[in-house]
Design a protein around this ligand. Structure first.
Ligand code: GAR
Length: 200
């Protein structure tokens, strides 16, 4: 069976592209059935369109309030009947009833639980860490607090700025996200004991 992925993006969508490329191989075990965004006119949506994947946009500014934003996002995702929702650079915090509606993973450009939130790369750099990295985790009701599925470290160089460090992290991130999503898609249910996740 091929797992149905809905991918949510807010930006350039290079992680989405890595997933689209991986799903071209039937052995990967998953296909991207829709890409959603919280804003129009982004490269992430253009990547989906070029790949012939349906897209949708639910923008907070087009909604009366956050409750409507969450309900419309939930309905748009549910319409594609996903087995797994992947947040790939999606920069909105979704309400608990939305994240609990589907199995959902997020990729974050730091080693959680350090440097959660929207500015993980810059905050890690400003803190002076020598090692940062990427975390792929299940999404729960908190901000980047869900059980960790996979992590990989990236060494910080003395001359790094936010852009150079983020680019090196993203090179690792795309590979780790593709690997993790593929394992979830092919392998069935992971074992989750407390916070500890073991992939089959
Ligand atoms: C990725 O590095 C992702 O981890 C980050 O945004 C980037 C999106 O890149 N997400 C967050 O910081 C979420 N807190 P992309 O649009 O090229 O895939």
């Amino acid at each position: 069976m091929t797992a149905r992925l809905v991918v949510l993006v807010s930006g350039s969508g290079t992680n989405l592209q890595a997933l689209l490329d991986a799903t071209a191989d039937p052995a990967y075990g998953a296909s991207v059935v829709a890409v959603g965004a919280d804003r129009d006119g982004i490269e992430g949506l253009a990547r989906a369109e070029r790949a012939g994947v349906p897209t949708f946009v639910v923008a907070l500014g087009d909604c009366a309030d956050r409750a409507e934003f969450n309900d419309r996002t939930l309905a748009a995702v549910a319409a594609h009947d996903p087995d797994l929702v992947v947040l790939a650079g999606y920069m909105k915090i979704l309400a608990p009833h939305v994240v609990e509606a589907f199995p959902m993973v997020n990729t974050h450009p730091a080693l959680l639980p350090s440097f959660a939130g929207a500015h993980g790369v810059g905050e890690a750099l400003a803190y002076g860490v020598k090692v940062s990295g990427v975390t792929v985790h299940f999404v729960d009701a908190g901000v980047d607090t869900g059980p960790i599925i996979a992590q990989e470290a990236v060494t910080v160089r003395d001359d790094d700025d936010e852009a150079t460090l983020h680019e090196r992290i993203k090179t690792v991130e795309r590979r780790l996200l593709v690997d993790t999503v593929g394992r979830l898609a092919r392998g069935g249910r992971p074992k989750i004991e407390g916070r500890k996740v073991v992939l089959p």
